[in-house]
Design a protein around this ligand. Structure first.
Ligand code: 0A1
Ligand code: ZN
Length: 880
């Protein structure tokens, strides 16, 4: 087994000895041998520069020429390897270094640095991809002004794009080549560099900023897909306006360009003025995109645009500070989507994602703080903890300071740090200084990993008319952190009275309560609410005001009451989920003991009351009717997990609910049917979501009528949301009729790779014994492509990440398959491989037989020769 290189530690941070003020790049583009000339204006930055030793990072590149202040550098004055260029006696004043390198974009399957995607040249530099283009101080605290000249064959690449504003362009006389120069006046780190060159279609628009600046907007995509970019353009304009209105932040260049590409390791990238997107987050039309796709396009477009301030104008000092830009920008995009759509439904969806992705990370071997303090491979830290928990921490900051205090802090942060490479300390100091608040304890959210457990116990004293609420917090041990301190948690709450309305109270003793926020700061606190007229039902953690697991001893009838009355829609949903989860956990235990699980009447009543309540928005009702997933139940159980027992218990409960709700399901289903033409807005999407959820529940009975309804739903759908929902419901119900429907779907979209990803994912998530063989067969299907990350994620990622019973087959064949697949893909795309292997993160919680098989598969990967640093890091930590 290979051992890892020394890790990077936050405590070792030192400012760079040298820095770079300007970068002039010249690209002579050719598919297999692109020449890059970089002219760097370098100067000493700290005393350390006096040693004269200058180290520039590289990665798999070849040095072709080197000049210092215009003269070729003599052999003995430098050393070059593919990963490092060292100058032994750099000048002790400013100088220019001209570096010529050669790279092979066509052979670049890692998709970092300069690569080709369907014939287009494109770059990805975050986090450490720029060093795959030229030797550089490739770290985020080196901020330079870039000028980029691109030259390519005109027929091959009629479009030439780079960061900033366009400058001179034209033909190269006597050749078939042309050039374009772009200049970005805003100093930026190398990870924000980008260029794109190719033969692309485009749509254009304009935006006038609040101060009256005119900005040209362009979205590039493959020819023929232009019409599918209009929703993204609309989302972009709404994002620009929203950031002005809500944060006072305005766009700063003359042009903003988005390019959609089909080979991309992640979602999208915020390169200054030239965002590059995975095309699945740009392209949308009713026939090919679901409502979820539309919402994702809107959210990702906003996210990347918002980075222009939170990420680009203010960047990170080092990669440990990644959450500084990511947590804050996720918070901003979540708020944007809440304002565009239903706030309650958006919050429920975000919390579902947090609990499905971040909670398991925080509770397993890959747990790390929102601001990590040690890493081996930075690409593995673009995690749900940094992103989603990072956003929750910003949300809590807003709850702690109130909306006005939060805005004052943001304003000061932007004023103080525009143009800086900043830290979490800088960020928090801006909020502390703007509001006069001590955020010392709050800061623990950035350094303590693990999901805190909060337990609540309430008792009402009728004679004294007082309500005592004891809140206790503790955070479990996580890798490298055995002991935790109490944190500052804003707990939003209400005391629901007998008539369903929140009750007033006269005073509180035992803790700080401001408005509807309890500031929980101690390991245990007892609050006494005085002047409470009747026994309340406590509604705690409203809006999921802190990313914790809340345990509360509350009866099923109080939960039912909460589902019916809570003024906070999030907690209405939460109460229904809690009821369902209790049933599912009990049902799983019954199943394992060989008994038949029973559904609690309170749950059916709760779901029925929401289903029938037309005053509630359909999207919300749909969320309530969707039970916790198999993975949610596994997480709740925490140990000795048997995915087959969970799946059976869940299926039985769905059947009981479906039967219990009886005709009401089909009545509501019919009432929502056929309401005309497609609109992607949130209200229309909500009606589709409810109707599709009802179909799914109806199908739990697997009656001929339900099957007929599903087939009709599929065949008559006039949009992708309904078509896919029917197909997915039939697949999950394992109906024999699904096979022909899946084939018809494939035939209809045979030329559309993004739609076929949906098909691949359905095939891979079927809860059927033959699924693994089907997945293996599909690896050879012409619609699959082994080097495209979207295809890999759709087929193998869905199987390993979203098919609980088949990935976790008791015979271990699912684990062996993933191990074999990963060992092969790792040679070509380490980042995507490492991300797939995260599916093993909860292996220790499995029952003993599966646990042993998962461990054996992990150990086999770990023992392989020549693993990438990415994969070695994930596997080593997962096994630790
Ligand atoms: N900063 C981007 C995420 C991103 C990170 C690494 C990448 O390399 C493959 C690409 C994108 C964001 O937050 O959207
Ligand atoms: Zn981001």
């Amino acid at each position: 087994m290979k051992t890892e290189a020394a890790p990077f530690r936050l405590e070792d941070y030192r400012a760079p000895a040298f820095t770079i003020d300007t970068v002039e790049l010249d690209f002579q583009l050719a598919p297999s041998a692109t020449r890059v000339t970089a002219r760097l204006a370098i100067r000493p930055n700290t005393d350390e520069a006096r040693s004269g030793r200058l180290e520039l990072a590289g990665d798999e590149i070849t040095l072709k020429g080197l000049k210092l202040d215009g003269a070729p550098l003599a052999q003995g004055r430098y050393t070059a390897t593919p990963s490092l260029l060292t100058l032994h006696d750099a000048p002790n004043g400013p100088f220019t270094l001209e570096i010529e390198t050669e790279v092979d974009p066509a052979a670049n399957t890692k998709l970092m640095g300069l690569y080709r995607t369907t014939g287009t040249y494109c770059t990805q530099c975050e986090a450490e991809g720029f060093r795959r283009i030229t030797y550089f101080l490739d770290r985020p605290d080196v901020l330079a002004v870039y000028t980029t000249r691109l030259e390519a064959a005109k027929a091959d690449a009629p479009i030439l794009l780079a960061n900033g504003n366009p400058g001179e362009s034209g033909d190269i006389a006597g050749t078939d080549r042309h050039f374009a120069i772009w200049h970005d006046p805003f100093p930026k780190p190398s990870y924000l560099f980008a260029m794109v060159a190719g033969d692309l279609g485009v749509i254009t628009d304009r935006f006038t900023t609040q101060s009256g600046r005119d900005v040209e907007l362009r979205i590039y995509c493959e020819h023929g897909k232009e019409a599918r970019c209009t929703y993204a353009m609309d989302a972009l304009k709404r994002s620009m306006k929203w950031d002005e209105e809500v944060f006072g932040l305005e766009y700063d260049l003359d042009i903003f360009v988005i390019v959609a590409v089909s080979d991309f390791n992640m979602g999208a990238m915020e390169n200054k003025g030239l965002n590059v997107f995975n095309d699945k987050y740009v392209l949308a039309d009713p026939d090919t995109a679901t409502d979820a796709d539309y919402a994702n396009v809107e959210g990702v477009i906003a996210h990347e645009y918002f980075h222009n301030w939170t990420g680009n104008r203010i960047t990170c000092r080092d990669w440990f500070q990644l959450c500084l830009k990511e947590g804050l920008t996720v918070f901003r995009d979540q708020e944007f989507s809440s304002d565009m759509r239903s706030r309650a439904v958006k919050r429920i969806a975000d919390v579902r994602t947090l609990q499905a992705r971040q909670f398991p990370e925080d509770g397993g071997p890959l747990a790390h703080p929102v601001r990590p303090e040690i890493y081996h491979e930075i690409s593995n830290f673009y995690t749900p903890t940094v992103y989603e928990k990072g956003a929750e921490v910003v949300r809590m900051l807003k709850s702690v300071l109130g909306p006005d205090g939060f805005r004052k802090g943001m304003d000061l942060y932007v004023r103080r740090h525009d143009g800086d490479a900043a830290t979490i300390e800088d960020f928090l100091a801006s909020f502390a200084d703007a509001t006069g608040t001590d955020l010392g304890q709050f800061k623990l959210w950035y350094s303590q990993a693990g999901t805190p457990q909060v337990s609540a116990h309430g008792s009402y004293d009728e004679a004294a008319r007082s309500y005592r609420l004891t809140l206790t917090q503790s955070t479990p041990a996580t890798p490298g952190q055995s002991r935790k301190q109490p944190m500052h948690m804003p707990i939003r709450f209400g005391l629901i009275g007998p008539n369903g309305e929140d009750m007033a109270f006269d005073a509180v003793r035992g803790g700080r309560v401001e408005g509807d926020v309890i500031h929980l700061t101690e390991a245990s606190q007892t609050l006494v609410f005085e002047g409470v007229g009747a026994r309340p039902v406590p509604s705690l953690l409203r809006g999921f005001s802190a990313p914790v697991r809340l345990a509360i001893d509350i009866s099923a009838s109080d939960l039912l009451f909460q589902v019916r009355t809570d003024a906070d829609p999030f907690n209405r949903w939460q109460a229904a989920q809690t009821l369902a989860m209790r049933n599912l956990v009990a049902g799983t235990h019954e199943q394992i003991a060989g008994r038949t699980p029973k559904a609690e009447p309170a749950l059916i009543d709760a779901l029925g009351s929401v289903l029938d309540n037309e005053a509630l928005e359909p999207a919300f009702r749909a969320q309530v009717l969707q039970l916790p997933s198999e993975a949610d139940i596994a997480r709740e159980l925490g140990e000795d997990v048997d995915p087959d027992a969970i799946a059976t218990a869940r299926r039985e409960l769905r059947l009981a609910i479906s039967t219990g709700l009886g005709d009401r399901l089909s009545r509501h289903y019919e009432a929502l049917s056929g309401d005309g033409s497609f609109h992607p807005d949130a209200a229309s999407a909500g009606r589709r979501a409810l109707r599709n959820t009802l179909l799914d529940l109806l199908l739990a009975r697997r009656t001929p009528a339900a099957t007929a309804a599903a087939l009709r739903h599929f065949e008559t759908a006039d949009n992708m949301t309904d078509r896919l929902a029917a197909l997915s419901a039939m697949t999950q119900a394992a109906l024999p009729e699904r096979r022909a429907a899946l084939d018809a779907f494939h035939a209809r979209y045979a030329d559309d790779a993004l739609v076929l990803d949906k098909w691949l994912a359905l095939e891979a998530t079927a809860p059927a014994a033959e699924t693994l063989d089907r997945v293996k067969a599909l690896l050879k299907h012409p619609s699959y492509s082994p080097n495209n990350p979207n295809r890999v994620r759709a087929l193998v990622g869905s199987f390993a990440g979203a098919n609980q019973t088949q990935f976790n087959r008791k015979d271990g064949a699912g684990y062996d398959f993933l191990a074999d697949f990963a060992l092969d893909l790792d040679k070509r795309n380490p980042q995507t491989t490492a991300r797939l292997l995260v599916s093993f993160r909860s292996w220790r919680a499995l029952e003993p037989v599966r646990r042993a098989r998962a461990e054996a598969a992990l150990r086999r990967i770990a023992a392989a020769e020549n693993l990438s640093p990415d994969t070695l890091d994930i596997v080593t930590r997962t096994l630790a």
